[in-house]
Design a protein around this ligand. Structure first.
Ligand SMILES: NC(=O)c1ccc[n+]([C@@H]2O[C@H](COP(=O)([O-])OP(=O)(O)OC[C@H]3O[C@@H](n4cnc5c(N)ncnc54)[C@H](OP(=O)(O)O)[C@@H]3O)[C@@H](O)[C@H]2O)c1
Length: 281
C-alpha cells in the first residue's frame, strides 16, 4: 500500500507504468542518484540502493521507504570491486526476485588533462565509471531477459559528446559509456530491454558546488562578499544557455521517463541534459 502523498502526487503525474517494479541504482545515497531513487519511489518502484558510506545510504533508503511506502534495500559497497556488481545483483534478486530497472550512476568528476592524468587516475576512474557499469549490466540483464522486459540508464557527462580538455578522464570515459550504451541497446533490443544514457551537464549537487565555489572564490577575490548561493547562481547564469545550473531532479525526470513503461521506442540514445551547454563549464 503506497503512502497518501504518492497517491495525491499521482493525480498530477503522467503514469509511468512502473509501479511495483524493482530498480537497482548505484550512487544512490545523495545527488543525482538519490533524486532518481526518489522519482522512482514516487512512482511506486521498489529500490535497491548502492553506495559506499553505509550510514548515509541506510538513512536515504529509510527516508524513501517512510515517505513513499516502497520497499528499499541498502547495499553498501564499492562498485569498483570486480566481484561487487555480481554479488549485489544476487543479493537484490534474493530479496525481490527481479530487477526490472538498472541505473548506473555511481562516480565522480576527475580534474586533469591527457598530459597530467596519472596511470592510477585512469585505472581508478575506469573501474568506477566504465567497468562497473559493464559488470552491472552483465549481472542484471539475464533476469530482465527472463521476463522479456527491462530498462537501463547509464549516467555519463555532456563531456562525452563535447569534451573539455580539463576533464579528459571523465569525458573520455563518458564517450565510452555512450558508445557501449548504443552497442548494448542493439544486443538486447529484441529481448524487450531498452538501454539509454543521459549526458549530464552542470548539475548543482552538494558535491559539485562544494568543489566549485572555493575554486571560484580563489580566482575571483573581488566577489568574496557574495554568499555561496549567490555565486552559484552567478556561475550558472554565466555558463549555461538556459541561465541556471540543472538540479538533480531535472536529471531524475529524464531518467524516469527512459526507465518507464511509457518509453517503448527510445533505445541506444544519449540524451543531452545540459541546459543547452555544449561543454561542461
Ligand atoms: N553533478 C554534475 O554536474 C555532473 C556532471 C556530469 C556527470 N555527472 C555524473 O553523474 C553521476 C552522479 O553525480 P553527482 O553529482 O550526483 O555525484 P555525488 O553527489 O557526488 O554522488 C555520488 C554518489 O555515488 C556514490 N559513489 C561514488 N563512488 C562510488 C563507488 N566507488 N562505489 C559506490 N558508490 C559510489 C556516492 O556515495 P559514496 O561516496 O558513499 O560511495 C554518492 O551516492 C556521476 O557519475 C557523475 O560523474 C555529474
Amino acid at each position: 500500500m503506497l503512502a497518501a502523498s504518492f497517491e495525491d502526487k499521482l493525480e498530477n503525474m503522467m503514469d509511468l507504468q512502473i509501479s511495483e517494479k524493482v530498480a537497482l541504482v548505484t550512487g544512490a545515497s545523495v545527488g543525482i542518484g538519490y533524486s532518481i531513487c526518489e522519482e522512482l519511489a514516487a512512482n511506486g518502484v521498489h529500490l535497491v540502493m548502492i553506495a559506499r558510506r553505509k550510514e548515509q545510504l541506510e538513512m536515504a533508503a529509510a527516508k524513501l521507504n517512510q515517505k513513499y511506502g516502497v520497499k528499499t534495500l541498502a547495499i553498501a559497497g564499492d562498485v569498483a570491486f570486480p566481484d561487487f556488481p555480481q554479488r549485489a545483483v544476487a543479493q537484490a534478486l534474493e530479496a525481490f526476485s527481479s530487477i526490472d530497472l538498472l541505473v548506473n550512476n555511481a562516480g565522480r568528476a576527475h580534474m586533469g588533462g591527457v598530459l597530467t592524468a596519472s596511470e592510477e587516475d585512469w585505472y581508478s576512474m575506469t573501474d568506477v565509471k566504465f567497468s562497473a557499469m559493464r559488470r552491472f549490466c552483465l549481472a542484471a540483464i539475464p533476469a530482465m531477459q527472463k521476463k522479456g522486459w527491462g530498462r537501463i540508464v547509464n549516467i555519463s557527462s555532456i563531456g562525452g559528446i563535447y569534451p573539455n580538455p580539463k576533464l579528459t578522464v571523465s569525458h573520455a570515459l563518458s564517450a565510452a559509456i555512450n558508445n557501449l550504451t548504443k552497442s548494448l541497446a542493439l544486443d538486447v533490443a529484441a529481448d524487450g530491454i531498452l538501454v539509454n544514457a543521459v549526458g549530464v551537464g552542470a548539475v548543482a549537487t552538494d558535491n559539485m558546488t562544494n568543489n566549485m565555489i572555493p575554486k571560484y572564490r580563489v580566482s575571483h577575490p573581488e566577489l568574496n562578499d557574495k554568499t555561496d548561493e549567490e555565486l552559484s547562481a552567478m556561475i550558472g547564469r554565466e555558463k549555461t544557455p538556459v541561465g541556471h545550473f540543472g538540479q538533480p531532479e531535472d536529471i531524475a525526470a529524464i531518467a524516469a521517463f527512459l526507465l518507464s513503461g511509457r518509453n517503448n521506442f527510445v533505445t541506444g540514445h544519449t540524451v543531452e541534459a545540459s541546459g543547452g551547454a555544449d561543454r561542461f563549464m
